[in-house]
Design a protein around this ligand. Structure first.
Ligand code: AMP
Length: 468
């Protein structure tokens, strides 16, 4: 999880641009936020807990400088302490290095112990600081060279914005797990996790950063370098299913479009089993289920209807770390429209079932509002394996589809029938029918990297430490 943003300008202070860019990426992390800005001589950092507005105390940051990076954080495991708030800062060959990271490393522990043996003291428990210290301690005359040699040692998912020597540098890991794109405005260059952030700051989309690419921007323009290849590209399919904003384009595919195609395909699979007759309306779980529900309704001919209204002032359900809090958040967040649901046979569309807590509560809500039947259709396959690349899809025993059959899940969440999109259907919707370019390890357990270091202990703790 997490969102990163960076801006380099020829002529204006960039702190407020970073603020606006991160604001557009708020859905990628609500736990904390930070911005680091430099004028080439000094660096200033401002960080805080909570949403952007809270972290920056309802005002634009007063940091001065022409180059800035920022981060919104969603920690996937533990560690929501102040010391884990990014961007991180260390002194290095060009005075300082500052870094913000989206992803999750798979060999951070080994590298960390090696660095600690050499006497390095870590300020946080985050794997992002491992990359920061590698870069800060690397030899080489140019920042790009130091970054390339450092990152050649790490394995896993990392979309980075780095600031050093007055340059803005963007990096996407060789598998291209999480998105990162390059934009341009009249007076500078921009890097962002998603294209919606470019729109927010008035920057024009130039292109996606390629897997394994290091892009450096400064007064001389933009230069591109390559990290050693690590085998096939493995873009995270969950970015399309749930995580990214529907108005963003990732690697040439619009997220809304992808979700709509998932809904159409899901409808075809549903109709093949059940026909059109058993349902009166198609209802989305807002917001992530909307595009898929529109696609489902268009394909099936079953009318689309709103049945749940979302209170927009409550954050994404998973964001609150405790299971107990999560349950009350669902209730605070969604309320049924009784008029639309009463005596109707409802096809309920949600993007995913992870632990099953949300679905069970939603079905209760629909029934209490008078729905005659509830058929749940999920626009992704059963999540059977944890993610080690930065998406919070939990430890294995908490994933309902890892421990229960589809029929058992149906029974537990209390729905009349339950349908998941097939993996083939999903891959077709994201235009990768042979699955060569997508990471779908949460659905099939085939991890594209060595994840043996990321083992989850029986007590639920993760040996790898927090990351984003
Ligand atoms: P549950 O099955 O109760 O664990 O929650 C599933 C709901 O959480 C779905 O409605 C998704 O929209 C949402 N969701 C799916 N994946 C994630 C994630 N990694 N982080 C936060 N929310 C998620």
């Amino acid at each position: 999880m997490c969102g990163v943003f960076g801006f380099w300008s020829k002529k204006r202070p960039v702190a407020d641009v970073c603020y606006l860019g991160l604001f557009a990426l708020q859905h990628r992390g609500q736990e904390s936020a930070g911005i680091a800005v430099t004028d080439g001589m000094h660096i200033d950092v401002e960080k805080g807990a909570g949403l952007m507005a809270e972290a920056f105390k309802n005002r634009l940051p007063s940091l001065k400088g022409y180059c800035g990076i920022g981060h919104v954080r969603y920690s996937t495991f533990g560690g929501s302490s102040f010391s884990n708030i990014q961007p991180f800062l260390a002194s290095g060959a060009d005075g300082f290095v500052s870094l913000a990271h989206n992803g999750n490393l798979n060999n951070a522990l080994k590298i960390r112990s090696r660095l600690e043996e050499k006497g390095l003291v870590f300020q946080s428990t985050s794997d992002s600081e491992v990359m920061l210290n590698l870069i800060a301690g690397a030899s080489g005359s140019a920042a790009e060279e130091r970054i390339l040699s450092s990152l050649a040692q790490v394995e896993g998912a990392y979309s980075l914005v780095v600031m050093t020597g007055g340059k803005l540098i963007g990096v996407r890991d060789p598998h291209g797990f999480h998105p990162l794109c390059l934009g341009r405005s009249e007076d500078g260059y921009c890097l962002a996790s998603e294209t919606c952030a470019l729109d927010a700051v008035g920057a024009e989309f130039v292109r996606d950063v390629r897997p394994g690419e290091v892009l450096a921007a400064d007064g001389e323009g933009v230069r591109s370098y390559s990290l050693p290849s690590r085998g096939r590209r493995s873009s995270c399919v969950f970015e399309y299913i749930y995580f990214a904003r529907p108005d963003s384009d990732i690697d040439g595919l619009n997220v809304w479009e992808a979700r709509h195609a998932m809904g159409r395909r899901l409808a075809r699979e549903y109709l093949a089993k059940h026909g059109r007759e058993g349902a009166d309306i198609v209802v989305p779980v807002p917001d992530t289920g909307i595009a898929a529900a529109i696609g489902f309704a268009a394909e099936s001919g079953i009318p689309y209807a709103e049945g749940l209204i979302k209170n927009r002032y409550v954050g994404r359900t998973f964001i609150l770390p405790e299971q107990k809090t999560r349950k009350t958040t669902v209730e605070m967040k969604l309320n049924p429209i009784r008029e639309n649901l009463k005596d109707r046979r409802v096809v309920l569309i949600d993007d995913s079932i992870v632990r099953g807590t949300t679905s069970a509560r939603l079905i209760e809500l629909l029934r209490s509002a008078g729905a005659a039947e509830v058929h749940m259709c999920v626009s992704s396959p059963p999540i059977t394996h944890p993610c080690y690349y930065g998406i919070d899809t939990s430890i294995r025993k908490d994933l309902i589809a890892a421990v229960a059959s589809v029929d058992e899940i149906r029974r537990r969440i209390g729905t009349d029938s339950l349908h998941y999109l097939s993996l083939e259907g999903l891959l077709e919707a994201v235009r990768d029918p042979r699955g060569g370019n997508m990471c779908v390890s949460c659905f099939n357990g085939r991890y594209p990297t060595d994840v043996s270091e990321c083992v989850i202990e029986p007590d639920g703790s993760k040996t790898g430490g927090p990351s984003c």
